[in-house]
Design a protein around this ligand. Structure first.
Ligand code: G6P
Length: 613
């Protein structure tokens, strides 16, 4: 949460910072601000989106070749102009941007007040910059030394960039539990929360590790040291990010683009990993940790949000196909309840961003307890990818819409491949079924493509019918139960309609009391097993005058007679159903949100990357 960006070099900093902030806006959009140094320090900050800042800074002095910028997701202090970053030290010398939370800020603030510091904002960040100033002043230290000492006394999470107007040839950046990347150009450096603001200038990056401090100088020097003052050798990597992947192209919204990219992203996730004709499946991370994965007593899947829903599908897949016992945990719960995790467990962290604070912390705990830690991650080089013993990227490309879509299908594709692979190798599925599943998995991209075309008009129509509802219920059984949860989450996130997902049979234990003619009930009913049961559930809804929208498989003649609306999707093997059944629900939420005039890509109060607990 919060996006930070910095630049030092020969170019004008302002346009680079503004472009960077636009790319990072998915991380928070409560306020935006920049600080630029030329003949003096110029700071502009505004409540609201980056565009507000651009409008505000128009006509003002924005010249300078060094600067820092921030887009905020508010934690301490309401979103307003005063709480917006950058924050300035009491003597006006230092400016700082921050992503994270300084947990001991109240104690530090009290101590600093006693020293005569006066604070303007309610933020923990302003306390940090005053604290660095105090340390710098006291011993007349260089900026990097003052930052290092200050951070060694700070409790919490941070990614920061600091600028000193008495030394405008240098930026100092540091991280702990919030991401930070340094971009290395020709005589210039970039600093950012992720590589997206950097990629159009250079593909050469260094991902900072926890408790590392980087100093980037105008003379081309990059130095990294730890908080304990040990010099580190920068590990320079090439990122492969294409600008088109970061733009909306012809689509009105990133979310729509990302929904429509799914035939491609699911294919990309499988590329080089399966071949049904030759009958093989290779998942790199699984092969390198083969013994521990194959002999695992239990898998524990830790995740948050949409990734947690993908994890639930993983549970159904691994248990059915590979007969491995699985527990799926909210990472935030797992980390705080002294869980039983043993060295013969495999802990799988599922995360689009690879930066979710709770998932990272759960992994650290699992590592301490000796489990094998496996990451299924989208963002290359992210913290989770680096913390795990092994793992697999889903290769969905940058996902920018706050509501996750293509990352979800990427995660489910990867989990499906792992489960099929393990099932076959462990002898829990016969070769004929293994080959059938491989072939069917290879057909999924085409099936998504065809359902995107065939259901478009109908979904728009249904969206119009239910857009004014206050509540909605999503029901599914088996593999479609997590899809019911995900469908409801998508609707809540972007249209602000209250929605709940339920196992269809559980409806009778509560939600049925809510059903009347005003309640749309979305039934995901593509199942082959327990088909009659879900038909009965739909009858129960209809008997109470609920409006039923059913997702069914092609050629279904039974449910279409009972439901008010049916959306047909191609048939597939049951374990692979979620890869298809989720897509109409993504589109339905998208169209409803659009018709309600909501900001689809940047829904209120949410952020894409949740780097605070
Ligand atoms: C936030 C995002 C969700 C995402 C969740 C977990 O809530 O808005 O889209 O599913 O975080 O994020 P992760 O990056 O770990 O998958």
């Amino acid at each position: 949460m919060c996006g930070i960006v910095g630049y030092i070099g020969n170019k004008q900093a302002y346009p680079i910072l503004i472009n960077g902030l636009k790319r990072l806006e998915y991380r928070g959009y409560d306020s935006a601000g920049v600080a630029i140094y030329s003949d003096d320090l110029y700071i502009y900050k505004r409540k609201g989106k980056v565009q507000e800042l651009i409008d505000y800074a128009k006509g003002k002095n924005i010249k300078g070749t060094i600067g820092i910028g921030h887009t905020r997701w508010a934690t301490h202090g309401k979103p307003d102009n005063v709480n917006a970053h950058p924050h300035v030290s009491g003597n006006g010398r230092l400016t700082l941007i921050h992503n994270g939370i300084i947990e001991n800020y109240a104690l530090l603030k009290e101590a600093l007040k006693k020293e005569g510091h006066v604070f303007e904002s309610e933020t923990d960040t302003e306390v940090l910059v005053h604290f660095i100033e105090e340390i710098q002043k006291r011993d007349n230290l260089k900026l990097e030394e003052a930052v290092r000492i200050a951070l060694s006394k700070v409790v919490g999470a941070y990614a920061i960039v600091v600028m000193d107007k008495q030394d405008p040839d240098k930026l100092v950046a540091a991280r702990k539990a919030s991401p930070l990347v340094i971009g290395i150009g020709e005589d210039e450096f970039f600093v950012a929360s992720d590589p997206t603001p950097i990629a159009e200038y250079t593909q050469k990056v260094v991902f900072l590790n926890d408790e590392e401090i980087a100093m980037v100088n105008r003379n081309g020097d990059l130095q990294i040291k730890t908080i304990e003052d040990e010099i580190q050798t920068p590990f320079i990597q090439e990122v492969d990010l294409k600008i088109e992947e970061l733009e909306k192209g012809d689509y009105e919204h990133f979310m729509l683009k990302e929904i429509y990219e799914q035939p491609q992203t699911v294919a990309d996730c499988m590329r080089g990993r399966i071949n049904s004709k030759e009958g093989w499946i290779k998942v790199g991370g699984v092969d390198t940790t083969r013994d521990r994965i194959f002999n695992a007593k239990r898998f524990i899947i830790a995740a948050c949000g949409t990734s947690w829903h993908a994890g639930l599908i993983g549970e159904y897949l691994f248990e059915e196909l590979a007969r491995i016992s699985v527990e799926v945990e909210y990472a935030s719960e797992l980390r705080y309840r002294n869980p039983i995790i043993n060295s013969d467990d495999v802990v799988i962290a599922l995360s689009q961003s690879g930066e979710t604070a709770d998932t990272l912390a759960a992994l650290e705990l699992a590592k301490e307890k000796g489990a094998l830690c496996y990451g299924i991650v989208n963002n290359v080089g992210s913290s989770i990818a680096r913390l795990t013993h092994a793992g697999s990227y889903i290769h969905a490309g940058p996902e920018i819409g706050v509501a996750s879509t293509k990352a979800f299908t990427g995660q489910v594709t990867l989990l499906s491949m792992m489960a099929i692979h393990l099932g076959y190798e462990r002898g829990t599925i016969p070769r004929s079924y293994y080959l059938q599943l491989l072939e069917e998995l290879e057909n999924i991209p085409n099936k998504i493509e065809s359902l995107l075309k065939s259901t478009k008009k109908q979904i728009e129509f249904i969206a119009g019918e239910i857009k004014d509802a206050d509540n909605a219920l999503y029901l599914g059984r088996g593999y479609n139960f997590p899809i019911a949860l995900e469908g409801a989450l998508k609707l809540k996130e972007i249209s602000y309609i209250h929605a709940e997902g339920y196992p269809a049979a559980e409806m009778k234990h509560g939600p049925i009391a809510l059903i009347d003619e005003n309640m749309p009930v979305i039934c995901i009913a593509t199942n082959k097993s327990a088909y009659e049961k879900i038909v009965s559930n739909i009858q129960e809804v209809k008997a109470r005058k609920g409006m039923v929208i059913a997702i069914v498989k092609e050629g279904d003649t039974v449910i279409s007679k009972i439901a008010d609306y049916t959306i047909e999707i191609p048939d597939t093997d049951e374990p692979l159903t979620p890869l298809l059944s989720v897509v109409p629900l993504q589109l339905l939420s998208y169209h409803i949100a659009l018709m309600r005039g909501c900001n689809v890509d940047q829904p209120r109060n949410l952020a894409k990357s949740v780097t605070v607990e």
